[in-house]
Design a protein around this ligand. Sequence first.
Ligand SMILES: [Zn+2]
Length: 464
Amino acid sequence: MSENNLDSLIELGERLGGNPLLSHANTGNISLKDHEGLWVKISGASLADARRRGIFMRVNLLRAQACLDTGQDHWLVSGNDAAESLRPSIETPMHAVISRRAVIHLHSVNAVAWSVRGDARERLGAHLSGLPWRWIRFAPSGVPLAREIARVRGHVQVFILANHGLVVSADTCGEAEALVYEVEKRLAVPLRSGPPADLNRLKYLIDESGWRPASDERLHALATDPVSRRIVTGGVLYPCHAIFLRGPATVVDPITRVSDAVRAHMRRHGVRPDFLIFRDAGVLVHDGMDGPRREMLQALAEVAARIPDHAAVRWLTPGELSTLGGMTAAYWRQEHQAERQQMLCLTPAELNRLYNAVVADNEKRHVAIFTLVCRCGLGGAQVLDLRASDVRDLDIEPSDIETMGPWIRHLAGVPDAFFASGCRRKLSVAEMDTLMKYYGAIAGIPAQKRRWTALPAERFAATA
Ligand SMILES: [Zn+2]
């Protein structure tokens, strides 16, 4: 059936990902089963990128289903760093256990707003009447959530996941999408807006660079609407709230200067904040806040504005929050790794000195390695994984080919030989670091940067 192929899944992802009320940042995942396997979104990718980059991967259906018996989904969430971008979604066991072919899981703001309400179970019946739906109590992502879904018997196509979101399934992508729109229409909640932001007050409070008032009026409601403010400061509403936004927001008095608010936040949480909520005045956002976290913050404001004042809010319990530890740690580990990596990068001047030190030593093999790093746009970590076959595809300057030529010729015809070692044996990070220490000392590179991973991928950063 033409409606059930990878193309239809890509089109579906693109449409859902283009609607910020349905999917934001990298939330939401969709899948499609056929006879042998399951196409499912890769971890960390955004549905909006469905067309631009390959965001779906193929998973063995039986293996994914077997996770429920073994409880082992480590093959989904671990693996070496190189394969990081190619892990299937953490929710793959859930997609696998649902028998219908097309599955859509979203953190749509209407569904999430309902999912955190204490009165949702009794009230949703009226909204979703006639639809085959079930309420699923909170369970952490992965195998635990898949097991909760698997316990449900009978013909059910719509699952409302407590403190999480929505899952819909159907036999085709088109039917599943239509069902999403039907459910969303029924779950739509009128939006409460707060008083406008006090932009002059906010600008007055800014006494360090990089901060500016949020550009979206809806976001300011987190500060100016007392109901939204109470909801987002009272606890953690859903896992992404804890993972991306570091838990409940803190509210600052609108007489506190930004630098003082930042210091207070750092004392309390150990990290610099990238947004600040000033009571009744509005929200300041730091330029360093990345796109996904901005979308998460926006979604939080959208969710809070859809929870009525009278509704009881069900925040995640301490026990439930403790189950998120692994996911939170993994997310921040990645973030900090990126930060550390940046800190350890060599400056263009240092890279230049390093390159000259290697060239002066005139050790052909070393010159070739460092030429790759310094002149051909490869980072130290990339060179470690380089194979001879890759080298032939590199866009190498003629002058560099001269330097590396003898060595490349030596390697020609040796399939999969690791380029950086010049032999069939791959050089270890430790061996490469010995090289870095040696040349780094000659070139006067600071000791903490004399590591192979410190070599940045900067095209033509150095000149001989
Ligand atoms: Zn989810």
